[in-house]
Design a protein around this ligand. Structure first.
Ligand SMILES: *Cc1c(COP(=O)(O)O)cnc(C)c1O
Length: 454
């Protein structure tokens, strides 16, 4: 009998509600607080910066299911469902008894999962009468998705792209500009935050933290302009739950249920997206699926960060968020997985780690590229350098299964393709890339600074 490789849903089987894990968490995250008053923030406070509906979703701890607006579902149909694929050839190359599945979020025209939330956020902006949106982007996947979503909902977009990533991945700026977005390298001289950062360090190559500061500053000083974010926040993970909800149905079609769910981790949106719908069965029904978030060795907030209130950005414009963090002024090494170069973890994930419902692993840069290339050579898809961290973690687990003979079912999320990251592959193949690890002292020095500020 021929083996089925790919599982897809019909259009009418695409989920019509997102899953909100906040409603089911055994301990809710601590609230975001105002940096000056130290008081918990209400959605009205957040709505000064964010679209109001997103601000409400951010703090919604009661509704387990939230309707996806019909117009967003219509746009989802452009590219959803995305395939769930059994990685037979990768399994064979690893000689593992594990069953490896991946959810392929790289198949939409923008190439990553980010579009799932970009469409939702731009839709709400449009509904609320916002005309301009601004945001940050690392490697540029979020900026590309946002530029596209803004265009189709008739909004103007301004994007601050981390300077190092802009140089490493020039074509992502081209994509954004194709959709009429204005793109600035961050830190830039166009904002006060950018000027301050460049004054202190003229060679600063940017981080997601610097770009977020600049985008928020633009949003708060421009009429009818909202700031939108592609990761970290609760409402972004909510929108991304479409990934796991589809995967749940598709795993059923495959006649299996995952023993492990793995995703790479920047701020947690693709991880939350694929993991939370499965995690609800652990919380509500006592299932024992293991959840693993794969972060880069050079930016290890989950495995080596400290749990405490911190800013989401470099300049300290955001509310204080309770999270595992390396300190908002942490400067991650210039690795190629630009989307993973962020100092903190989302509030939900941070609480889930404290509650033992999931854990992180850290992956050296060279191991991630080795894994990405094996995946390309077996499954025919060149993964984003971010996604390769999930592949590397999956390979580690599959090789453990080979040792023990266990036939575990592993599901990982392929968050994006790497076709605009080929210069990174060239560098790896030429032997020009290296690992970056950080010392305990660097981490504790950064976190100590934080304790003085906050
Ligand atoms: C942005 C991005 C990530 C990291 O962000 P998360 O919010 O942690 O998912 C990972 N992979 C790709 C392809 C990305 O674009």
């Amino acid at each position: 009998m021929s083996k089925q490789k790919k599982f897809l849903l019909q259009e009418n089987e695409i989920p019509t509600q997102w899953y909100n894990i906040l409603a089911d968490m055994p301990h809710k995250p601590l609230p975001p607080i105002h940096p000056a008053t130290k008081q918990p923030l209400g959605w009205e406070d957040l709505a000064h910066i964010f679209p109001a509906e997103c601000a409400k979703q951010e703090l919604n701890t009661t509704d387990r299911w939230i309707d996806i607006p019909e117009e967003v579902i219509e746009k989802y149909k452009f590219y959803r469902s995305t395939p769930l694929v059994r990685a037979y050839d990768l399994e064979k190359a690893l000689d593992t008894p594990a069953h490896i599945y991946f959810k392929n979020e790289s198949t939409n025209p923008l190439g990553s999962h980010k579009i799932n939330s970009a469409l939702a956020q731009c839709y709400y902006c449009k509904q609320e009468g916002t005309t301009n949106v601004t945001t940050e982007t690392g490697a540029g996947q979020w900026g590309a998705a946002l530029a596209y979503a803004a265009k189709i909902f008739g909004l103007s977009a301004a994007v601050y792209q981390v300077k190092i990533s802009m140089l490493q991945k020039p074509y992502r700026s081209s994509i954004m500009r194709t959709f009429d977005a204005v793109v600035n390298g961050s830190p830039s001289m166009s904002t006060r935050a950018g000027k301050d950062i460049l004054t202190a360090d003229p060679n600063h190559m940017g981080s997601l933290g610097t770009a977020i500061s600049e985008a928020i500053e633009l949003a708060t000083t421009t009429p009818h302009c909202k700031y939108v974010l592609g990761s970290v926040l609760n409402h972004v993970a909510l929108h991304q739950s479409i990934i796991g909800l589809e995967a749940e149905k598709q795993m059923q079609m495959a006649g299996e249920y995952p023993d492990m769910v793995i995703a790479c981790f920047g701020g947690g949106s693709n991880f939350g997206g694929v993991a939370f719908p499965f995690m609800r069965h652990n919380i509500l029904e006592g299932r024992t699926t293991e959840f693993i978030a794969a972060e880069p060795e050079s930016c290890p907030k989950l495995t080596r960060g400290k749990f405490q209130y911190d800013f989401g950005d470099e300049a300290g414009y955001t509310p204080l968020l309770p999270m595992f963090t390396l300190g908002h002024q942490f400067k991650p090494a210039n690795i190629h997985a630009g989307g993973l170069r962020y100092h903190g973890a989302g509030m939900i994930v941070s609480q889930l780690i404290k509650d033992g419902l999931m854990h992180g692993v850290d992956i050296p840069q060279l191991e991630s590229f080795r894994a990405g290339i094996l995946f390309a050579q077996t499954e025919g898809i060149i993964p984003a350098p971010e996604s390769s961290h999930a592949i590397a973690a999956t390979i580690r687990e599959a090789l453990k299964c080979k040792e023990t003979g266990e036939e575990k079912v592993i599901l990982f999320n392929l968050s994006g393709h790497g076709l605009i990251d080929m210069s990174a592959y060239d560098q790896y193949i030429n032997g020009d890339l290296q690992n970056y690890s950080i010392s305990d002292k660097e981490i504790s020095d950064n976190v100590a600074q934080l304790e003085q500020i906050i």
